[in-house]
Design a protein. Structure first.
Length: 372
């Protein structure tokens, strides 16, 4: 009986292993390259790159807009890669966020078509990266789930880009007309600040009312101590406590303004540095030279590395694969830290009225407010 059960488990493992191998063999694109190790290494590079894309795609699906696959050509597991011809045909619709322009100080890079391996998914062409999740976009505040403005959450569905100027493919300078995100509704659904805004606001108002009552009790206590104090030193101490009470009252009713002002300043400084408002965070303008078609697009650093993974030689593929692996690892790390920041800010926003209560009490002992 035991032997039969053991054989049954072994059969299951073998069967599952065969299924996994078949699935991977179907999903990984088949390429051929006459260079050194091309036949053996190309599928390995594609497999590793695809697995890394799966990680970033999962983060995008949960934290950005619910889309696991950015490519509109529906081919295999090319989550972040769009066929060159498909990209150029749909650059004004499906790939609008990656449309080429060089406004607001975006870096411009020219890449020769000879530097690319033109064998994307069995076609004699190369692929364009279409990434919506990367460390650069996290830093630029373009990830809905990582927004920390609980007082006034961003409305991603109706957010408009800042007007500016950019260079079109014809070289004509035009204004960038404000437009909404195409997946704004889905982005709003994944915004933690929008999901918790109502709950935190109701609790904030309740705790603020409780804090007002508590401060009134503190005021009565301070007044009684001033009246019954017999020495000048005691009177001076409680008068100072009365001043601290006034400061606590001001803090209580100004906290939400302070939080709004702080987050607004941080967002504006971030936007000024990243230039993300006019390019969806894609601040690297790429031009492919030597091609029979005028291929131009915008991406970020992670997308540029993913693009150059299509190097025609093994050395280039290994180099950019290592860089892409590092970028994916950093993406996961920064996602963890920024999610942690969201939870901390949510908690601090919720308990901030209670901190105002402790302010005048903490100041009695050593004239310092540790809790505040």
């Amino acid at each position: 009986m035991k032997k039969l059960m053991a054989n049954h488990k072994l059969t299951q493992k073998i069967f599952l292993s065969i299924i996994m191998v078949l699935l991977l063999s179907f999903n990984v694109p088949v390429k051929s390259q006459a260079g050194l190790g091309g036949i053996l290494l190309d599928p390995l590079f594609d497999l590793v790159g695809t697995l890394l894309d799966v990680v970033t795609g999962a983060l995008q699906a949960f934290l950005v807009d619910g889309e696991f696959n950015n490519s509109a050509d529906s081919s295999g597991l090319n989550f972040y890669l769009a066929d060159r011809n498909d990209f150029m045909d749909k650059v004004d619709t499906d790939y609008k966020e990656f449309k080429y322009h060089t406004g607001n100080g975006e870096a411009e890079i020219e890449i020769s078509v000879d530097e690319l391996d033109k064998s994307f998914f069995g076609n004699s062409t190369y692929a364009i990266p279409v990434m919506k999740y990367s460390p650069e976009k996290i830093f630029a505040g373009l990830i809905p789930a990582l927004d920390i403005n609980f007082v006034n959450p961003i409305d991603w569905e109706n957010q408009r880009k800042v007007t500016g100027s950019h260079t079109t493919q014809t070289g004509v300078e035009t204004n960038i007309v404000g437009s909404t995100y195409e997946n704004g509704a889905a982005m709003n659904e994944r915004s933690i600040t929008r999901a918790l805004h109502g709950t935190i606001a109701s609790w904030y108002v309740s705790l603020r009312n409780l804090a007002v009552v508590a401060l009134m009790l503190v005021l009565v206590y301070v007044g009684i101590r001033i009246v019954i104090s017999s020495t000048a030193s005691d009177k001076a101490k409680y008068k100072q406590m009365l001043i601290d009470w006034l400061v606590a009252l001001c803090i209580l009713f100004c906290l939400h303004y302070i939080m709004t002002f702080t987050t607004t300043i941080v967002n504006e400084v971030t936007r000024a540095i990243s230039g993300s408002a006019s390019s969806y965070g894609n601040n690297v303008a790429v031009k492919v030279t030597g091609d029979d078609r005028d291929v131009q697009f915008n991406t970020d650093l992670m997308g540029l590395i993913r693009f150059k993974m299509q190097a025609p030689n093994v050395t280039g593929k290994i180099l950019y694969l290592i860089l892409y692996l590092a970028m994916v690892i950093y993406t996961c790390m920064f996602t963890f830290y920024y999610l942690k920041r969201v939870l901390i800010i949510a908690f601090l926003t919720l308990i901030s009225p209670l901190v105002a209560i402790t302010y005048p009490i903490d100041k009695i002992k050593d004239r310092k407010s540790a809790s505040f």
